[in-house]
Design a protein around this ligand. Structure first.
Ligand code: PHE
Length: 451
């Protein structure tokens, strides 16, 4: 007899798990520099509107597909309509490609967290610390394996005792750390300038590119179009209110992004004497600039340890959701046990991760255009497969599966107050948005326009 599928213990467990997937590196380092770059609260307002419309529609659709079919992403679409089953293959390809390199970055975070807790904050503030770390494959492979082992253990624990429990413990700690660090950051001398910079809308810096960047960020930050919400939706109890849950996940995710802005922007302003260019893009902000900021403060060891612990928890809970999307897919399609599927994913993570790591040293000659191995995996997923998957999901839900069926699933356990908004979004507006994201992110990756 087939085993009964596990579920979260209720809406709260589900909300915590889904929010813990959404809250990740995107909230902590990507959101603050985008907001700083595109006009502070002007960017924030556009971002929030997009989350409540476009994000709401796509997240709702994915969760419904998961709950209705009780299947991981690989098989869910095909269960609803055989011909459209290929969307599931695309949606599963994203976490498969993301897992190794996300875990490599998770390894960097393990290294920094251990460094701060061990008291090596002066070393980490050196200009060359980050590049030296990348040039040391043995160290990177060790921290990568530690990070991968941690998420594999959680996934093997199961849906309730692994994922739900980890989220329920780590998310409240993350929230408390975020509040404490923000308060610390805004009370530093000279920090108020940064708070103003973040909250006062500056239309000079706002542009169409800002809107496109907000869209791409929203997409990534809510963990959409990568099968994760389908997988987690498949564990959502049949009596849980979907619309309410989506609203809470969105609020939590956005709150952490705003707190991250309050942690980082004022601290960098205080450190750089108000020089906004210090908020540079990319890993440099988190792994190079912030350690310098911490080193310049009095309570360095404490602030740095608290900050990197927060980042570590955010990265762990996002990475485990990536692994779960793969594990759920394998178990549903091939009938493997959870443990076997988790171990196979871990082996893949280490193999792919080692390739990414060697891409920084021994294999630095391996390039796709100007991109190393890690950047290539990131480009393929974020800039190409995810927007394509999202577009196909909109078309499938709007015109093949039908919005009526979505409504039926939602109203079987709650209200669907934003039904009209959902219909208009999924059928007409979201597909246009997604095409805009697809085109702009490809142009951005090739340096034709700059974000
Ligand atoms: N949503 C996560 C964030 O904001 C990103 C993520 C990427 C999560 C890939 C899961 C998988 O950082």
């Amino acid at each position: 007899m087939k085993e009964k599928r596990s579920t979260f213990t209720g809406s709260f467990g589900f909300i915590m798990a889904a929010a813990s997937s959404a809250i990740g590196l995107g909230n902590i380092w990507r959101f603050p520099y985008l907001a700083a770059k595109y006009g502070g609260s002007a960017f924030l307002i556009v971002y929030i509107i997009l989350v409540l419309t476009f994000g709401f529609a796509l997240m709702t659709a994915e969760i419904v597909i998961g709950r209705k079919t009780g299947s991981g992403p690989l098989t869910a679409f095909g269960k609803l309509n055989k011909k459209w089953g290929f969307i599931g293959v695309l949606a599963t390809l994203v976490p498969v490609l993301i897992l190794p390199y996300y875990n490599v970055i998770g390894g960097w975070v393990v290294n920094y967290t251990a460094g701060y807790i061990g008291g090596f904050y002066q070393d980490m503030a050196l200009d060359t610390y980050f590049t030296d770390m990348l040039a040391n494959p043995v160290k990177l492979i060790i921290v990568h394996c530690i990070f991968t082992a941690a998420i594999t253990a959680i996934i093997m624990g199961g849906v309730t005792k692994g994922i739900e429990r980890a989220s329920k413990i780590l998310m409240p700690v993350l929230l408390v750390l975020a509040i404490a660090i923000s308060v610390y950051s805004i009370t530093l001398p000279g920090a108020m300038e940064g708070v103003k910079y973040f909250f006062v809308p500056d239309m000079k810096h706002f542009s169409l590119q800002g809107v496109l960047a907000a869209m791409g960020q929203m997409f990534f930050s809510l963990s959409l179009a990568m099968g994760i919400m389908v997988a987690y939706g498949s564990y959502l109890p049949k009596d849980s209110d979907i619309e309410k849950s989506v609203a809470r996940i969105e609020i939590f995710d956005t709150l952490i992004a705003i707190l991250a802005g309050l942690m980082i922007i004022p601290a960098v302003f205080a450190f750089s004497g108000g020089d906004e260019s210090a908020l540079g893009k990319g890993p440099g902000l988190m792994f190079v600039t912030l350690p310098k900021v911490f080193a310049s403060m009095g309570g360095t060891r404490f602030a740095g340890s608290a900050f990197f612990l927060l980042v570590l928890f955010a990265a762990l809970t996002s990475a485990m959701s990536v692994m779960e999307a793969i594990v759920a897919s394998i178990c549903d399609k091939f009938g493997w046990s959870r443990n076997k599927a988790a171990l196979a994913s871990a082996v893949w993570s280490v193999a792919g991760g080692v390739a990414c790591i060697l891409g920084y040293s021994v294999w630095s000659g391996v390039k796709f255009g100007s991109m190393d191995i890690l950047d290539t995996a990131d480009f393929l997923t974020n800039s190409v497969i995810m927007p394509v998957t999202a577009l196909l999901t909109c078309i499938f839900v709007g015109y093949v599966f039908g919005v009526k069926n979505i409504k039926n699933e939602i109203t079987s356990s709650g209200k669907f107050g934003r039904e009209k908004l959902f219909n208009v979004m999924i059928k007409y507006i979201a597909p246009i948005f997604v095409v805009a994201v697809l085109i702009s992110s490809i142009l951005d990756s090739f340096g034709i326009i700059k974000f």
